[in-house]
Design a binder for this molecule. Structure first.
Ligand code: CTP
Length: 259
């Protein structure tokens, strides 16, 4: 509630850190000024009935760290947030979604005006074929309950089909076990993207729902490993890799903008 009777809304002075960030970007435009970045973050939820869903453990930390890092470099950042309960950055525009279908709609609407896509969300590969109205009652399923799953659309693959020159597409791959690099590079080729960030989820202290991460950033012909560190540091390493990619992309000059 605000001081004026009957009114409510955002009325507080922003936090000092937010004020400082706004002053910094106004006084010293960053190297990504003018670049439009689309980040997806979090994990989708696919309804089983009106109260239950099929979900995953993604917290959105990696995606939000990428959004923060891109905004700190001066980019215009939109974050498509799937069920993320983390603090928000006033310099980032957030679009909240719940399911893979909603994420797809938001991404397709934003993608044409995007220069750099960072697809960090854990998007469900399958969803219940039938989302039932109301709540499924235990008493109606004494013998057990089966839920049929149907595949969702590969949103990243769909955007890659629609890509135009000057766009840089980065995917993420959660892998474990041997031959993870081969599998991740297979995804890079199959999805026709520029880089894939390989996240080894076999450790319990990195990756999903953890503050730290340890990744390998693969392009068609390079591999860079980022040793275990905080997600903000991993985000900066990913943006540096995007910078290197864009320097090599035809039609782009050093600042990463189209000629
Ligand atoms: N992704 C997507 N749409 C989906 C599923 C995944 O856009 N329906 C994106 C993720 O955001 C991520 C990348 O694709 O950037 C991860 O791909 P993943 O689903 O792991 O690869 P798959 O080829 O489906 O292989 P896997 O069998 O390992 O799931």
């Amino acid at each position: 509630r605000l001081g004026s009777p009957g009114e409510d809304g955002v009325g507080r002075l922003p936090e000092p850190a937010d004020l400082l960030a706004a002053c910094e970007s106004a006084l010293a435009p960053g190297p990504w000024t003018g670049l439009r970045v689309l980040v997806t973050a979090g994990g989708t939820r696919e309804p089983i009935d009106s109260v239950r869903f099929v979900g995953n453990r993604s917290s959105g930390r990696m995606g939000f760290a990428l959004a923060d890092a891109a905004a700190a470099r001066g980019a215009t950042v939109t974050a498509v947030a799937a069920n993320v309960g983390l603090p928000r950055n006033p310099a980032v525009r957030y679009l909240d979604v719940t399911s893979a279908a909603e994420l797809q709609a938001a991404c397709l609407a934003e993608f044409p005006a995007t220069d750099v896509l960072l697809m960090a969300a854990a998007v469900a590969d399958f969803r219940p074929a039938l989302a039932r109205d109301g709540k499924i009652a235990k008493a109606d399923h004494d013998g057990g309950l089966s839920i049929e799953l149907e595949p969702t659309t590969d949103v990243l693959g769909l955007m890659a089909e629609q890509r135009h020159p000057g766009q840089t597409l980065v995917g993420f791959a959660a892998e474990h076990g041997s031959e993870e690099h081969e599998r991740a590079r297979g995804k890079l080729v199959r999805k026709r993207i520029d880089a894939i960030v390989l996240n080894d989820i076999s450790g319990s202290e990195t990756g999903f729902d953890a503050p730290e991460n340890e990744v390998a950033i693969l392009t068609a012909d390079t591999v860079e490993t980022v040793d275990r560190t905080g997600k903000p540091e991993v985000a900066r390493a990913i943006l540096d890799a995007v910078d290197r990619l864009r320097l090599r992309q035809p039609g782009l000059h050093a600042g990463g903008m189209l000629d």
